[in-house]
Design a binder for this molecule. Structure first.
Ligand SMILES: [Zn+2]
Length: 346
C-alpha cells in the first residue's frame, strides 16, 4: 500500500466514522440518537430501562454488554461498528432519508422521541412509523405551520429541532391551508395536547350555558346528533381539503345533518351534555380523521362578531406516552364515527 492510498483510506474511514458518529453525541445530555440506541438495545433484550434519551450508566452498561457479545471494543460508545452490529435497528441515520408511514429503523425511533418530547405523542417509541407516529407528525406539522403531509424530511426535522412550541403561535397569525373563525368569543381554557397530563383532542372554550356557537368556516353539517362516547350533543362540519370541525357538549342544535353553513352561521348552543363538568364548548379540528391542534388555524376574530383576541396562555404539553393508541396500530374507526367517537378525558 502506498503512502497516498493509505492516507486516502484513513481519510475515508475517518470521514465514514464522522458521518456515522456525528449524530450519536452520547455525551450531550438527552438526545434523540441515544433514545434510538435505547430502542435498538431494548428490542435486542440488552436494555431494560426507559427510553429517556439520557446516556446514563444503565445505557452505557447495555452498550458494553452488547459490544462484548459482538467482540467489539467495549467502550460504551455507539460508534459505527456498534451501530452496524445492531443491524437494521442501527440504521438509517437520522436525516439520511425522508421518513414515511411504514418505515422502520433508528431514525424513526429518534423521530418518535423528538415528537414525544415536544408533546406530540406517537403512542410509543419503538422505531416503527405507524398510525400514532403519522398522527403526531401531522399535528406537529400543523402546529409548526409547515406542509401537513405526514412525511419527515429535512424541513420537518429542522422545525422539530428549532420550533419552540405550538402553544406560542400567535392566534392572529394562523398557519396552514385553511383559516378558522372562532366558534365562540371567549378565550381557550384547556388546550390541545396534554393539559394536566391527559390527552385532549381539542380545545375547550368555557362559556355560559346557551351561548350561540358559530361554524368556524364554510362547509356542510356532516353530523348533528347524540354521541355516546362522551361528546354528548355533537355537530361535525365537513370543510374542504379533508378538514372537519367538531362542536361538543351542546345544549341545542340550530342546524341538522346536511345543512350548508358559512363561517359564523349559528349551529348550536353551548351546553354540558355528554361527559362534561360544566358548560363549555369542546372544539376539535380534524384532518383526515386525525385530531390536530386548531389554535394555529384560528383567526383572531370570532365567527360571531369581530372581537379580537390575544394569543392563548401557553398550553402545558406533558411528555408522556399515550396508552390509548397502540404503537404502529391503525386508528380505530370508532374514533372517527361522530355517533360513537370516544371523547378523551378532558
Ligand atoms: Zn374538551
Amino acid at each position: 500500500m502506498t503512502m497516498w492510498s493509505r492516507l486516502t483510506s484513513v481519510v475515508a474511514v475517518a470521514a465514514l466514522a464522522l458521518l456515522a458518529l456525528a449524530p450519536v453525541a452520547l455525551a450531550r445530555g438527552s438526545n434523540a440518537n441515544v433514545a434510538a440506541l435505547q430502542v435498538a438495545l431494548r428490542a435486542l433484550h440488552r436494555y431494560g430501562g426507559g427510553i429517556d434519551g439520557i446516556p446514563g450508566p444503565r445505557t452505557k452498561s447495555a452498550i458494553r454488554t452488547f459490544q462484548r457479545a459482538h467482540r467489539l471494543a467495549a467502550d460504551g460508545v455507539a460508534g459505527p461498528r456498534t451501530r452496524s452490529a445492531l443491524g437494521r435497528r442501527g440504521r438509517p441515520g437520522l436525516g439520511s432519508r425522508v421518513m414515511t408511514y411504514g418505515d422502520r429503523g433508528w431514525d424513526v425511533a429518534a423521530l418518535q422521541f423528538m415528537l414525544s418530547r415536544r408533546g406530540y405523542s406517537t403512542g410509543g417509541v419503538d422505531g416503527g412509523f405507524g398510525a400514532g407516529t403519522l398522527s403526531a407528525v401531522r399535528r406537529f406539522q400543523s402546529a409548526a405551520g409547515i406542509t401537513v403531509d405526514g412525511r419527515v424530511g429535512s424541513g420537518t426535522l429542522r422545525a422539530l429541532r428549532h420550533h419552540r412550541s405550538s402553544s406560542g403561535v400567535s392566534s392572529s397569525t394562523p398557519t396552514g391551508p385553511i383559516r378558522l373563525l372562532r366558534p365562540v368569543a371567549g378565550a381557550i381554557g384547556d388546550g390541545f395536547g396534554y393539559p394536566g397530563g391527559r390527552r385532549h383532542d381539542g380545545v375547550d372554550f368555557p362559556e355560559p350555558y346557551g351561548t350561540a356557537v358559530g361554524a368556524a368556516g364554510r362547509g356542510t353539517v356532516a353530523f348533528a346528533g347524540w354521541n355516546s362516547g362522551g361528546y354528548g350533543n355533537l355537530i361535525v362540519v365537513q370543510h374542504r381539503l379533508g378538514y372537519q370541525t367538531w362542536y361538543a357538549h351542546l345544549s341545542a342544535f340550530d342546524v341538522h345533518q346536511g345543512s350548508a353553513v358559512a363561517g359564523g352561521t349559528v349551529i348550536g348552543r353551548v351546553g354540558s351534555t355528554g361527559r362534561s363538568t360544566g358548560p363549555h364548548l369542546h372544539f376539535e379540528l380534524r384532518h383526515d380523521g386525525i385530531p390536530i391542534n386548531p389554535v394555529p388555524y384560528l383567526l383572531s376574530s370570532t365567527s360571531l362578531g369581530k372581537r379580537i383576541f390575544k394569543a392563548e396562555a401557553p398550553t402545558r404539553c406533558m411528555d408522556r406516552e399515550d396508552p390509548s393508541t397502540p404503537a404502529g396500530g391503525a386508528i380505530p374507526p370508532r374514533r372517527q364515527n361522530p355517533r360513537t367517537a370516544v371523547l378523551a378525558p378532558c
